[in-house]
Ligand binder design. Structure first.
Ligand code: FE2
Length: 287
């Protein structure tokens, strides 16, 4: 399902508001101080990468002007968080993963929202009375790296509806739809009732989508469930879960899918309901 123009424009602008709040701090603590040597190394390498692209491809003044116009359009439409999370965040996540024990994570993306429904397991995510899609249960347990069940664990979960829309970023689903923070039981167990999400494209009418299509790249993300799994005294896990058989697995525009993160939901026998069980392991550290 592709996004409409209205929905796409809303998506880019709302992501900017969230990014201004400093979402990357969900993963760790910044020093707040710029180290000149670090700035020189990182910014210098980034600039040299662009200069090399200019030299190697003999970029013309016409193309340079188009590049400027595109950068300005990304700002004007509020798509910087979208562009950065789609095309660069996965590399930052790989660096972070080098020092993270426990379950495999992936990118946060631009569509997390604070202040969602606080629920207790077994929980049903907020949804419309006639919420479309396959009923799905996601259940599991949160433990420490030594296997100890984690009391006080929470699972912050958000995903699209059956048409690929995120509440808060598109006009169709109501605020808070298919989002919630679920408190686990004393053994770190959770059971979340929701609807299976759908694949979606990044917004196609903005500069990020236009660049993607101009390059002939797929704008699709495979269907996925976003998760922030947290527990006191433990490093928060940022992850996503995908689904076996999804046509966009391995060709995710955000490069966020990983084989370890694929679910294979099975029928429960209750109508068309399906269920997947997935445990999460958190390493001790900053929560
Ligand atoms: Fe997503």
């Amino acid at each position: 399902m592709t996004t409409t123009e209205a929905g796409a424009a809303l998506a880019g602008a709302n992501a900017t508001d969230s990014a201004r709040a400093g979402l990357s701090n969900l993963r760790g603590q910044g020093t707040g101080q710029a180290d000149p040597a670090r700035v020189s190394a990182v910014v210098g390498a980034a600039l040299e990468g662009i200069r090399a692209a200019i030299r190697d491809n003999k970029v013309t003044y016409e193309e340079f002007d188009a590049f400027k116009q595109w950068l300005i359009a990304v700002s004007d439409t509020g798509e910087w968080p979208l562009f950065l999370d789609v095309y660069l965040e996965f590399e930052v996540e790989k660096v972070a993963a080098q020092t993270q024990q426990g379950s495999v994570g992936t990118i946060l993306g631009p569509f997390w929202l604070d202040g969602q429904a606080q629920l207790t397991t077994p929980a049903t995510l907020p949804m419309r009375d006639d919420e479309p899609g396959t009923p799905m249960i996601l259940a599991g347990q949160v433990t420490d790296t030594d296997g100890t069940p984690l009391r006080g664990a929470t699972v912050d979960i958000w995903h699209t509806d059956d048409e690929g829309w995120y509440s808060g970023f598109a006009s169709k689903p109501p605020a808070g739809n298919l989002r919630g923070v679920v408190a686990c039981d004393d053994e770190g167990r959770f059971e979340i009732h929701t609807r299976k999400p759908a694949p979606y494209t990044i917004p196609l009418d903005g500069p990020t989508g236009q660049m993607t299509q101009a390059a002939g790249w797929s704008p699709w993300r495979p269907a996925h469930i976003h998760l922030l799994v947290a527990a006191p005294g433990h490093r928060t896990l940022t992850s996503q879960l995908f689904f076996t058989g999804d046509p966009y697995l391995g060709n995710d525009v955000a490069s966020a899918d990983k084989p370890e993160l694929t679910l294979d939901p099975q029928p429960t026998g209750n109508g068309d309901e399906v269920r997947s069980d997935r445990d999460f392991v958190l390493e001790p550290g900053q929560d």
